[in-house]
Design a protein around this ligand. Structure first.
Ligand code: ZN
Length: 243
């Protein structure tokens, strides 16, 4: 398995990424095969499992972050209510954005191991995907997919790091992660690596963020569900025997 260097870990380089045409997405070179195996298994169960988002680089994450910070793009609080950024002090803005968006450099999407998925077969033409918990809850469009993922993800080496509210990132049932590689990436993403990325970055709130790196790293990078040991042992060849 190919280890990521500091620039790859923080999305400032994409040398670890493979751009896939069908389905269109960008993943770590070693995650392509496990994801396609998962997608094929989902297809047999009647789901058209597609990535809504896969690899995202530092500059893309910075565009999202800066737009929210400046109030140019809507930001929501934990209850899903719109926030008026102009009324908030810098520290409050940072807190508000972190509820739903990753800090540039600290997004698991930088690694190419993580994706946001949905079922295209469940949505009508023109439906605007929201990626909100209600879509994955009982009665929601992706309720059946949610149940299927819970039962099958681990067999293909994936798991869901944002399953519960642990005080960091809000629950994201659509966010799946290739556990063996992502767990290594998380260990390699030290506060120092994150601080270096932010220093280089041109990120709104930069100085306040840099001063808070140890705390932010603990809450928004480390505070995730741990993958079970059996999933960590998933080997890249395994899915070929399983499917
Ligand atoms: Zn995600």
């Amino acid at each position: 398995m190919r280890r990521l260097d500091a620039r790859e870990l923080t999305g400032r380089s994409s040398t670890h990424i493979h751009w896939l045409e069908e389905p269109a997405c960008a993943l770590h070179v070693d995650v392509v095969a496990p994801f396609l195996a998962l997608r094929a298994a989902a297809a047999q169960a009647g789901f058209d499992l597609l990535p809504a988002s896969s690899f995202r680089d530092f500059s893309r994450q910075r565009v999202l972050w800066n737009a929210k910070y400046r109030g140019e793009r809507p930001a929501l609080d934990r209850e899903g209510r719109l926030i008026d950024m102009s009324a908030l002090a810098p520290a409050e803005r940072i807190e508000a954005i972190l509820c739903w968006s990753a800090l540039p450099g600290a997004s698991r999407h930088h690694w190419g191991t993580d994706l946001d998925v949905y079922d295209r077969a469940a949505v009508a033409e023109g439906y605007e995907l929201q990626l909100v918990p209600a879509e994955y809850a009982p009665g929601g469009l992706f309720a059946a997919l949610d149940v299927w993922l819970a039962e099958h993800l681990e067999r293909y080496g994936f798991y869901r790091p944002y399953q519960r509210d642990l005080g960091g990132v809000s629950p994201e049932p659509w966010h799946i992660s290739y556990a063996p590689l992502a767990t290594e990436c998380l260990q390699a993403l030290s506060p120092e690596v994150l601080r270096d990325a932010l220093r280089e970055g041109d990120v709104e709130g930069g100085e306040a963020l840099i001063a808070r790196v140890p705390e932010l790293h603990e809450r928004f990078a480390l505070r995730v569900e741990a993958a079970r040991p059996s999933v960590l042992q998933h080997e890249l060849g395994d899915h070929r025997r399983m499917v």
